[in-house]
Design a protein around this ligand. Sequence first.
Ligand SMILES: O=C([C@H](O)CO)[C@H](O)[C@H](O)COP(=O)(O)O
Length: 209
Amino acid sequence: MKLQIALDLLRTRDALLLLGKVAPYVDIIEIGTPLVKAEGLAVLRAIKTAYPEKELFADYKTMDAGELEATMAFEAGADSVGVLALANDATIAGAVKAGHTYQKRVVADLIGVPPQNRLSRISELKDLGVSHVELHAGLDEQSLPGYSIVDLLKTISGSVLPFAVAGGINASTIVTVRDAGAEVAIVGGGIYGAEDPQDAARRLRSAIK
Ligand SMILES: O=C([C@H](O)CO)[C@H](O)[C@H](O)COP(=O)(O)O
């Protein structure tokens, strides 16, 4: 299983400072939605230039204009881009088309897809040419009483596509995520919110190696 850091920060400078401490422990660098909204395409260029050997994921959460937004991300250096699974099939198909054009990856983010609909939507996404999905409880959902990553993981069992998982993963839960069959564990707050982000990243890496 790969480890992806979600840079949900607001400044490129802070993202680069954090990466200076944690990059050796992660496989994929995610430009978080708040960061790309704050800094635009320049943050993709800056981080790809600083870490050309790392896979760069642009967390666009695209809901419309799939081909255009994916193209923008790919041309700025992203190796993969996120489109919302809730988007219209035409949006998904547009993003997939850009992925083929640039030979890069499109990940469909299941955030907001009701649990009972997830597996059927994954099958539809596969038919639309999507190759990877993300099982995702966002920051707001995580803050609700009773949120449990174990319950989240139950809803992906039987997926016909490889999946990443995001939803408040930390050093105590990452092994459960791996054992559920995830291809990628995405960790944001568990690293950037830790007292010692480098130690947090090191412990996450050693838990799954
Ligand atoms: O995608 C995310 C969220 O929607 C804010 O943009 C996070 O990057 C993702 O949830 C991972 O972060 P943590 O849940 O803090 O690990």
